[in-house]
Design a protein around this ligand. Structure first.
Ligand code: ACO
Length: 345
């Protein structure tokens, strides 16, 4: 039966309630490796200080995966928790989408490796690569499969072992990143509007702001490419910062506009956890209060595609988000890519 829409969500570009079909997040979960790397330890590895890292980024520590712990392991552990919360068994999963820039290997996809680890034998599986924006891209793809009635239960994961592509001799980047994974189960839940809208964007003309030169078809691994440190990520910090603030604000405003809601109605904003100063600048420009923003980067650093997924799990677990609340996710990453999503929790 077709559900009655709240008047404020009648905008046709807010995708919800399509012939009684909605797409909700029915379970979330996250997992980070046990090992914690503190700013004090980084002081012994590169020329940096806790004071510099804290004042420039807000990051105090990050989790680092063990040598025998891979992106698929982190993703599978987060997935098991999300499935438990949703009350879903592995054989009910129709599709697994993993967003990552640090797959276990170029192929097969990390999603296939997760499928084996969690025993989701019925599921189709593939990866999505949109850097730090990956989780929102994956949410939108998953939502499309639910709304088109192709699938009933989609597992979306953001998982990264960024420590495997960080140059531990480059102080400009090595202090910023961490490892971890977050997962969400998407299902049709007629009692809620769920995902109200998802905005995605990209600008490939700025792909050189944040990239990893080696390891692809352009520059396969050779002794020389390894010696030249081409298999590590590189970033133009200042330009990335400026573009991040602008793109996140544009995406968030577009998502709010599509849903015809004001920022004051958002209970919790979950921004990509890259830098405290980026989050503050975005909140300020959106007219949001600091209390509306959920921030956990002091403990995890930037975990790229896992960032908002981990934060979403934490925000729900600690009670910052209750059923019925309006939540705004907003992300930015290499590509450049960006995105925003409004969810009725
Ligand atoms: N410790 C001490 N000094 C440092 C460090 C460090 N860890 N890193 C850089 N510095 C130095 C620089 O070398 C520079 O020195 P110089 O002036 O002698 O050359 C000085 O500090 C100032 O550097 P700035 O670039 O001005 O520092 P800034 O204030 O811009 O902060 C930062 C740098 C934190 C990287 C910031 O630019 C930033 O957060 N950028 C955005 C990162 C981001 O959002 N990434 C998101 C996408 S990530 C993804 O998609 C995977």
């Amino acid at each position: 039966m077709t559900q009655t829409l709240k008047p404020s969500f009648r905008n046709p570009r807010a995708r919800h309630d399509f012939l009684g079909r909605t797409c909700s997040i029915t379970g979330v979960g996250s997992h980070v490796p046990e090992r914690i790397l503190t700013n004090a330890e980084l002081e012994k590895m590169v020329s940096t200080t806790d004071e510099w890292i804290t004042s420039r980024t807000g990051i105090k520590e990050r989790h680092i995966a063990a040598a025998d712990e891979f992106t698929s392991d982190l993703g599978a552990k987060a997935a098991v928790k999300a499935m438990k919360q949703a009350g879903v068994t592995p054989d009910q999963i129709d599709l697994i989408i993993v967003a990552t820039i640090t797959p276990d290997m170029p192929f097969p996809s990390t999603a296939c490796l997760v499928q084996r680890k969690i025993g989701a034998v019925r599921a189709a599986a593939f990866d999505v690569e949109a850097a730090c924006s990956g989780f929102i891209y994956a949410l939108e793809i998953g939502q499309q499969f639910i709304m088109s009635r192709t699938y009933d239960t989609v597992l979306v994961i953001g998982a990264e072992k960024l420590s495997s592509i960080v140059d531990w001799e480059d102080r400009n980047t090595c202090v910023l990143f961490g490892d971890g994974a977050g997962a969400a189960i998407l299902q049709n839940r007629p009692s809620s509007h769920g995902l109200l809208t998802v905005v995605m964007g990209a600008d490939g003309s700025k792909s050189d702001l944040l990239f990893m030169p080696g390891g692809g078809s352009k520059c396969p691994a050779t002794q020389q490419s390894v010696a030249s440190r081409l298999h590590y990520l590189r970033m133009e910090g200042k330009e990335t910062f400026k573009n991040a603030v602008q793109a996140m604000c544009t995406a968030a405003n577009e998502a709010l506009r599509r849903c015809e809601i004001d920022i004051t109605r958002i209970k919790c904003i979950i921004p990509h956890q890259a830098n405290r100063r980026i989050i503050d600048a975005v909140a300020d420009r959106l007219g949001a209060t600091p209390e509306q923003c959920f921030v956990n980067l002091e403990s995890f650093g930037n975990t790229s595609a896992a960032s908002v997924a981990i934060a979403l799990d934490q925000a729900t677990t600690c009670g910052r988000i209750q059923r019925g609340d309006l939540v705004l996710l907003v992300v930015f990453g290499a590509g450049l890519t960006w995105g925003a999503a409004v969810i009725e929790w």
